[in-house]
Design a protein around this ligand. Sequence first.
Ligand code: GLV
Ligand code: MN
Ligand code: MN
Length: 413
Amino acid sequence: MSSTPLQDGAATGFRRMWRDLEVLGRDDDSGGYHRFAWTRTDSELREWFEGECAERGLDVTTDRVGNQWAWWGDPDAAVAAGDPGVVIGSHLDSVPDGGAFDGPLGVVGAFSALDQLRENGFQPSRPVGIVNFVDEEGSRFGVACAGSRVLTGALSPDRARSLTDRDGLSMAEALRRAGRDPRHLGRDEDTLGRIGTFVELHIEQGLHLVDLGRAVGVGSDIWPHGRWRFDVPGEANHAGTTRLADREDAMLGLAAAVIAARRSAESHGCVATVGKVNVVPGGVNAIASCATGWLDARGAEADSVLRVVAEVRDVIHEFDGLMTQESWTPTTDFDPALARRIATRLGGAPVIGTGAGHDAGILANDGVRTAMLFVRNPTGVSHSPDEWAAVDDCLAGVAALADVVSDLAGGGE
Ligand code: GLV
Ligand code: MN
Ligand code: MN
């Protein structure tokens, strides 16, 4: 069976929400988004979420770290009955100059799926929740999926509070400035207990669905991946008067590390990226006294990824530098029985893996029954203003999500 197409109201609502949201945090020159945790733009996004909930008569609660939740039905009564609810949603933050779809598609899609279910007269026998996870990209404080990691305890409250942004402002202080109490951070059993099943709708960040000629797919697994910071020391000096032989140039270690990452990734069948650097003092005519880079490494096999990291670390050590791990997410396998059930429900949708990280992966690794739905991305481009999906494919993804929720919240197992 394939999904019932979206009702007019749900489709119109999708387009309206998309228009309302697309102006928030957009750089009008590049067309990309700058939506970072606990900034003014983030609070506008959170207000947008609250407004959409209010339109649907849903109350919003925030958990200990600040993820936003809204429930159709009583999640605590369902917990008491031993049959917790079905949660859908994603995140609204972005990478620097990110695309419009990574995250928002899953949140807008969740509201539209709920609209579709209501238009169809669906009466859930389990409550249906909508979530907006905070700080999924880790663009400001460096650790991706910070909202779901704090929720599950994968990121300790002390470490989270002490993470700093580019200006040296701690997450604790950013939370205080946003009106939240950082002492509340920590694993949140009450919130986790309400999630019987989580389903995240997301744009595909690759080309599997294009190759397969399908608009919607189901997630099977996420590659193991992590982030490492490395600092290479140097000595500041004059660019014109310091002989090459006398230089301690931190940039050389940084450059060697970037090349090593590429070569090691190639030789171990992985991918590795240094997409962010910080050079001190940062003057065109000054030799660098310190160069910091962030390595993102991923691959199908955890051992291979860790071999890449070890080889890059060896190079950094040759330049007297230091490398520290900022995060590590092991292989994530989404519940295979659930993935099969969804794929069958969606008329034989393809089941595909991904190298991108998601809050769904953090929840799955914490033991939550979790699934992902992906929407075709014609170019595969993501984390860029060029990220795009056709509206018909997005609506097909929403229809699939509504169908999956009607199955999971509708009385069966
Ligand atoms: C998040 O999108 C990630 O894969 O880093
Ligand atoms: Mn992303
Ligand atoms: Mn995402």
